[in-house]
Design a protein around this ligand. Sequence first.
Ligand code: HEC
Ligand code: HEC
Ligand code: HEC
Ligand code: HEC
Ligand code: HEC
Ligand code: HEC
Ligand code: HEC
Length: 486
Amino acid sequence: MSAPMMSRSWVLGAVAVWLALAGQTAALGEEAKPGAAACLECHDTWDAGRLDSFSRSAHGQQSCLDCHTGMAEYPHTTAPAGPFASCVGCHENAAKGFAGSVHRIAGLQGVKAFQKDCKACHGEPHVMTKRAPGQEPEDVCSRCHENKAMQSRLGLPTAVWKSYESSVHGQKRMLGSKKSPGCVDCHGSHRITSPASAASELSLANRAQVCARCHEGATRMFSLTFSHDPIDDKHAPAATLVSRIYSALIVFTLLFFGAMIALELFSLVARKLLRRPLPHPHIDPEERFTRSQRVQHFVIILTFVALVLTGLPLLAGSLDSETRLLALFGGVETAALVHRVAGTLMILATLWHIGWLWGLNVRGQMPLSMMPALDDFIEFREQVRTFLLLRDEAPKRAGKYGWIEKVEYWAFAWGLGVMGLTGLMLWFPVAAAAWLPKGGLFIVQLVHGFEAILATASVFLWHFYQVHLKPGFFPMNWTWLTGKEK
Ligand code: HEC
Ligand code: HEC
Ligand code: HEC
Ligand code: HEC
Ligand code: HEC
Ligand code: HEC
Ligand code: HEC
């Protein structure tokens, strides 16, 4: 074969292969995406997989030329429109909103993530999909504003995410509330501006209008109750002080209760070993709870349990078990309703108790049996001495009620007052913000949470021990059902 012959057959062969390949690509393109074939003849990085994911994207029904306007001819006479201009024709609001945003400005100033505009949040234009059902809009923001590495690379404020998550908004949203705002409900999804600029919807002057979308009648004072500031000595000295005091109070209370229980158990075991049993504990043969008192106590039991079950999950965040617990109540909104109904009933039960006392007072029969007295301290001292085996007599209650009952009664009264008052303020935050100092509502929220922990822990540790597990009473002290201890 001569050299020219050889080269001619090589060319023919190449053309045949090219035709075959081109035909295949065209077929691939036509099948998967009408109109795409013309482009795929040259843009061979578009294989079947890529075409497939494009077809399944939000723009699977759009043709290549919808975004790549004017690129039908080759050589291409128009430069690619660029990400922003490719979108504005169909998504005018989003594109124009984004055009004036901090993010766009960041892109212009050299922040790489935003140099491809929409891509920073929506991803590759050929694969971006509509928001999937489980996806929240804030999942987009978290990529930069929650991610520590991105925060330091982009120089972003670091307290933003945590402050949101610890707000009532964040807590409820993580538990599935759709009414509670995510980032975009306050900041918008595209026209996001710096709250420091006067033109921003969230500037100090305009902020109340954003809150008023959900909180009717929101005032400027109210609008200041939310902030992303970190909760530290510099930004929120009062709140950190309250946190410390309450933490100490909780630790002290639980240590005290725990120590008393441990002492009692110690004495029980030691007395068994040393064969120094105590005479039976003193059991009151008289009626200790009247029927009215038993009903009051019953209302308190039911409402307390309902309040704990519907309230504590907010403090625990987005754990699955809490979500399931709330599902018991038909979801986070129904749980909020149950919480309010239970809170109201508890307050009514308290008013009933006060009214009942008042009635007795008017008739000159005010019982003073719950009043703390010096005898209570003596009883307490005797009890400790008995526990320490320094004494071999069961301690006697000083009056009808002993120090344990009095501690429970007054601790409960304190807890109820604190929870009722702070609960009402959180229920009507706009009204409360009108007369609380700046930052006050946040402290109210803190107190409500800490006191809830204190009350729950005390009831389950101390009260349950005293009325159920305590030696001599197990399985229970019957007063709450029969009115008498045995
Ligand atoms: C005949 C071959 C050919 C066809 C057909 C073709 N292109 Fe191109 N295209 C190219 C080449 C070569 C380049 C790179 C050089 C240039 O920009 O001219 C390019 C560049 C591009 C770019 C810019 C790429 C970049 O990295 O910035 C886009 C976008 C593009 N083409 C889209 C299309 C679309 C959409 C179609 C179908 C309507 C199409 N092309 C059809 C050959 C082609
Ligand atoms: C929703 C609008 C949109 C549609 C529809 C679209 N593109 Fe693109 N395409 C873009 C954008 C925006 C870019 C630039 C991306 C970048 O700069 O990162 C791009 C980039 C490209 C590029 C260059 C870079 C690359 O990824 O290869 C090619 C080639 C291309 N598109 C081809 C196509 C073809 C072929 C189709 C149809 C099957 C198509 N595009 C459909 C928006 C679109
Ligand atoms: C030719 C018109 C057109 C162009 C140009 C276009 N889109 Fe779209 N876009 C659509 C249509 C139609 C939908 C699907 C809407 C639907 O199904 O509800 C869509 C959906 C979307 C969605 C999903 C919205 C949702 O409901 O979750 C996003 C995000 C999006 N486009 C971004 C872009 C971006 C970014 C660009 C530019 C790169 C762009 N689009 C260019 C028409 C277009
Ligand atoms: C800072 C992140 C971010 C950037 C940048 C961004 N988007 Fe979005 N976009 C979102 C979020 C978040 C949503 C979802 C909003 C929602 O569901 O409430 C969204 C939703 C959309 C939707 C659905 C309809 C709507 O308006 O809610 C379209 C269309 C859209 N974006 C287009 C664009 C286009 C076009 C660009 C570029 C010009 C762009 N987006 C840039 C975050 C962004
Ligand atoms: C790709 C990373 C990225 C994503 C995603 C992102 N941001 Fe940003 N954001 C930035 C950067 C970078 C800045 C800093 C701009 C500046 O300070 O110049 C910024 C600034 C802001 C600011 C103004 C901060 C200030 O100090 O004034 C707000 C508000 C904001 N982002 C909210 C959001 C919201 C809401 C979302 C989700 C819809 C979001 N961002 C998604 C990177 C991101
Ligand atoms: C209840 C409305 C609301 C929600 C929800 C909200 N923000 Fe803000 N955000 C504000 C207000 C008001 C400011 C200005 C006051 C401040 O900085 O504390 C602000 C400020 C910011 C700033 C600037 C902070 C700074 O120190 O410069 C960023 C960034 C930001 N928000 C991002 C987010 C992100 C991301 C989310 C979602 C996790 C979010 N925001 C949720 C209202 C909100
Ligand atoms: C998208 C709606 C929405 C927006 C916007 C909004 N909130 Fe809220 N906010 C809620 C919901 C829902 C709750 C939870 C109320 C409940 O538990 O019943 C809440 C609770 C609160 C609470 C706690 C009260 C409580 O019930 O425990 C405060 C304080 C608060 N918001 C302040 C603000 C401030 C300040 C703004 C404006 C910067 C704002 N909110 C914007 C929906 C919103």
